[in-house]
Write a protein that binds this ligand. Structure first.
Ligand code: ATP
Ligand code: MG
Length: 278
């Protein structure tokens, strides 16, 4: 008991490495076992926090370093006048990347701190999907991706936070375009079963290796940093998606075959068509 007291004081200082010796099988012994288990999870959490901060600092520093370099180069003329535009454009896109990253980090911290309450409304997710596809039209055309929309019904009414689900849909379609092959295919289906609606977003990309599947939901995880879009993307999209779906108390699944493609399926609470739309 004295030992436990002493060690818990160390925990309060942020040092989670020590454990108590379990000597008896009675209640005190059980308490010691639980105490150590708690210490394990505190230590793990602290480690996650540290690596998160390290990752964030790294991700913020690299675009900033290149922006500073280019601006400096323009100012001191190491970058010749006819090359200025090119480097200013790179600087702008780096700045945009930074801004997107900061938005995503704010989203994540807001969602995680539980400060965010869901604003549940009834809406038609088919319409939301159609609009999302339109917003990506340019990239879809650039890659010559064939989009197939297969809705079980004309409308698919769901009850959810419309803005948050918009983020989910955009992130999943973004991935399905980014990782699709040239002349690939993007298939989006919605259907209803019992009290749920299901949304499936499928691509013909490279697929995700089995050993990576469990990790794709982690912040900053990218299967292959060199393959994953050298410049855009930080491995945050799916962690945000997962958090939003969890907050809705719904599920998301991934189905992937190497060399064939990947499908993400998530569920939402089905709703009846609202009065004003009848
Ligand atoms: N549809 C997909 N096909 C193949 N791999 C995918 C697919 N979606 C995600 N991945 C893999 O999972 C990783 C994590 O995805 P996530 O959306 O979180 O990050 P990202 O797309 O790299 O960056 P961000 O979403 O922050 O712009 C990706 O880097 C990629 O390796
Ligand atoms: Mg993504």
């Amino acid at each position: 008991m004295i030992q436990m007291n002493e060690i818990s004081r160390e925990f309060a200082q942020g040092n989670f490495s020590r454990r108590v010796k379990v000597q008896t099988k009675d209640e005190t012994g059980q308490l010691a076992v639980n105490f150590n288990a708690m210490a394990d999870s505190l230590e793990k959490l602290e480690e996650m926090r540290r690596s998160f901060v390290a990752n964030v600092s790294h991700e913020l520093r690299s675009p900033l370093t290149s922006i500073m370099g280019y601006v400096q180069g323009v100012l001191d003329n190491t970058i010749k006048p006819d090359e200025r535009d090119k480097y200013l454009k790179i600087s702008l896109s780096e700045a945009q990347r930074l801004s997107k990253l900061i938005d995503e980090l704010l989203d994540l911290s807001q969602i995680e701190s539980g400060q965010f309450s869901l604003n549940m409304v009834v809406f038609d997710i088919n319409e939301q999907i159609r609009r999302s596809i339109i917003s990506y039209e340019e990239r879809i055309n650039q890659k010559n991706i064939d989009v197939e929309v297969d809705f079980e019904d004309e409308y698919c009414w769901v009850e959810a936070d419309v803005d948050r689900i918009q983020q989910v849909v955009l992130n999943l379609i973004d991935n399905a375009i980014k990782y699709n092959r040239e002349n690939g295919k993007l298939t989006i289906r919605t259907w209803k079963r019992r009290d749920k609606a299901y949304i499936k977003i499928q691509d013909r990309g490279p697929g995700i290796p089995k050993e990576d599947i469990v990790h794709i939901w982690e912040r900053f995880y990218q299967v292959d940093k060199s393959r994953s879009s050298k410049n855009e993307g930080r491995g945050l999209g799916l962690s945000i998606v997962k958090k939003i779906i969890e907050q809705h108390e719904q599920n998301i699944w991934v189905n992937s075959r190497l060399g064939e493609g990947t499908a993400f399926i998530f569920s939402l609470k089905s709703a009846r068509r609202p009065e004003r739309n009848r």
